[in-house]
Design a protein around this ligand. Structure first.
Ligand SMILES: [Zn+2]
Ligand SMILES: [Zn+2]
Length: 138
């Protein structure tokens, strides 16, 4: 038996697969059903409008999208920002390019420190990275 604090309300509960206390979990399910229904009637809606019209927390909707419970690809308006570059994505935490960047990241960042910045930018251009943003980050 594992005790945890509910991330929503802070109450202590017995953790069984879902990281929410029973009360919040029930609320979560209700909210999810409400959002799903609303999406059915408004498949083009965006996250903010969806949150406003269903009175469900925007952060909850974002969480469901990141968890893949709501598949944004089916609802073109539902996008969440990539946690690294802010580009809109349909699920998960990072866009494909950032996943790519992050996996090859370590050696690249060492090279950058060694002053090979120029060649890195050329490489990024070829890979169609957002150069301005890259420069801004450097
Ligand atoms: Zn709770
Ligand atoms: Zn990204």
């Amino acid at each position: 038996m594992e005790l945890r604090n509910c991330p929503e309300c802070g109450r202590v509960f017995t953790f069984i697969k879902v990281n929410l206390c029973p009360a919040c979990r029930e609320q979560d399910e209700k909210d999810f059903e409400k959002v799903k229904k609303h999406l059915y009637d408004h498949p083009q809606i965006g996250v903010v409008e969806l949150a406003e019209q269903t009175e469900v927390d925007e952060s909850k909707i974002v969480r469901w999208i990141r968890e893949g419970r709501i598949v944004g690809k089916n609802y073109t308006g539902l996008q969440v920002p990539c946690e690294r570059c802010g580009r809109p994505i349909y699920e998960g935490r990072f866009c494909n390019e950032c996943v790519h960047e992050l996996t090859r990241g370590f050696t690249a960042s060492i090279r950058k420190e060694q002053g090979e910045q120029k060649s890195k930018i050329t490489f990024d251009n070829k890979a169609k990275f957002h150069t301005k943003k890259q420069l801004g980050l450097n």
